[in-house]
Design a protein around this ligand. Sequence first.
Ligand code: COA
Length: 184
Amino acid sequence: MFSCRVNDRYELRLLQASDSDELFVLTNANRSYLRTWLPWLDSTNSASDTKNFIHSTLEQFAKNQGFVAAICEKKSIIGVIGFNQIDWQNRIGYLGYWLAEAYQGQGIMTISCRVVIDYAFTTLNLNRLVIFCASENKRSQGIPQRLGFNHEGTMCEAEWLYDHFVDHEIYALVRRDWNSRDTK
Ligand SMILES: CC(C)(COP(=O)(O)OP(=O)(O)OC[C@H]1O[C@@H](n2cnc3c(N)ncnc32)[C@H](O)[C@@H]1OP(=O)(O)O)[C@@H](O)C(=O)NCCC(=O)NCCS
């Protein structure tokens, strides 16, 4: 089971079916804020939708194709982080995340990503990590920028968000850069 302590206050642990109600309540309370950048809000209308999502992430984990973890503060879920996809042939992980609005601006996602990146390069033995951020989503872009990812370019109209396309900025980090950064 994936489980990591981030620091005294926060921990990451695999989402479980028993989290459905709590995660749905958090999602619903943050609906309009999350909807600005995430495409699944209109298809998440009940705890049962969230339960189906969690089941799909557990299946993904069982098949070794990625995982989704809860970010918890003293056992309460405040956000989500994980690998939406892992390309084992090329040892690439595609990282995704969201945080409840009230918890923004404290560095929680940056430090959570740092823990997941260490896990990906050491335990999973991945070689390249990728984060796609909408071009206008400056808060999301701040995370790979703070963590030393390289900006590799822009994908034009890469995602349909309800009623419009958004461009994506591609950020990537390879293991040798992360390791050499750590030893400085
Ligand atoms: C993307 C998202 C997780 C970013 O949240 P965030 O709070 O900006 O990110 P962090 O938790 O890493 O916090 C960074 C902020 O805390 C500040 N901070 C405070 N202490 C810090 C510390 N020790 N380390 C790093 N940053 C710190 C940073 O300066 C930064 O604030 P600023 O942008 O005002 O300068 C959040 O906006 C979100 O969930 N958005 C909706 C969903 C979404 O867009 N998901 C991503 C799709 S690609």
